[in-house]
Design a binder for this molecule. Sequence first.
Ligand SMILES: *Cc1c(COP(=O)(O)O)cnc(C)c1O
Length: 407
Amino acid sequence: MKPMGPIPDGFAAIDGELAIGGRKASDLAAQGTPVFVYDRAMLDARVADLRAAMPPWLAIHYAMKANPFAPLLAHMAGLVDGFDVASAGEMQLALEAGMTADAISFAGPGKSEGELEAAVRARVTLNTESAGEIRRALAIGDRLGIAPRLAIRVNPSFDIKGSGMKMGGGAKPFGIDAELVPPLAREIAASGAEWRGFHIYAGSQALDAQAVIATLAATLALTGELADQAGVNVPHCNLGGGFGIPYFPGDTPLDIARVGEALDAAFRVLPDRLAETHFAIELGRFLVGEAGVYLTRVIDVKESHGEIFAVTDGGLHHQLAASGNFGTVVRRNYPVAVANRFGEAAAQREQTIVGRLCTPLDLLANKVALPQVRPGDLVAIFCAGAYGASASPAAFLGHGPAREILA
Ligand SMILES: *Cc1c(COP(=O)(O)O)cnc(C)c1O
């Protein structure tokens, strides 16, 4: 047997079935599988818990690349203070979801001329990622007669210790190296553009509160130094985030109460230059990851060389991350359950759950302890609310995309 990750708190059973958003798995699957189901009440609870833990003057932004499903975005627009987008397509979805332009910021290397123009016209903040991009945005603003809203994404010299994906520290395609930032900040502030401040993102999927606290402290210190060196005020500062969720055996939740206390203490001793700064954090998976479940139906159960394989109608074309092929080095099992017999005792023999793609990569749960799986059963893969449907190769092998439901 191989262990699996912890099933997130908050999932109950109704009539012996996993319930998501108060509805039984079999009802949610009745219109067809595979289906991603996102639990609205769990999204509400997550944002409420986070707000309770964080200082009240900290804005909470949703990094929508984690899950851009339109009904979920519309729901999140009513819960958080801003959206962070990384393409003109995402920007359009953010505006359609009802988020106001001045609460949207647009990061990402390689913004095209068309994307820069769309953002300037929409009055969305551009988190600029190079000197060239700053000059292109300023030129577009001149041409259109609109003062562009410009912030600088800083490539810090540090990253979050032990984080899942490094996005800062050393040579990176993201942001502008910290030492090059002060003259560029002065240039924007003097240009007639609307100077918005800094965006500093140092990593992702961190579960260690101490590491997150150290990174936030370093980020605040860097913000103060850059402001001093540039001689500019900082109207807004996006501190990044990188708050992780437990996916794998042994993972424990991030202690957000500790992070919030440390941030509160840091905010009380800010240098004068940052006294008026509006601070935000931008979170993706932490807000939506645990609220999503991927439901897939078992088509076939077979044995090969003494191992039991349950073949489902889903796979890595929808849930690449659970197969272990999205940014992980060693494959480990996500939390998984038999949704129509939720809570039933595990069978004696271990079982392997695979997808229907003709590749050995399409492994959803390897040698796990589950109730004995039969054709027609529904398998639930948890932690499917972030980097699922939109981060998987849905066209691979031609089975088509999964349905999505906000329940
Ligand atoms: C991807 C990304 C995020 C969200 O990361 P999570 O791990 O989902 O919280 C936030 N900010 C930036 C700049 C990103 O690229």
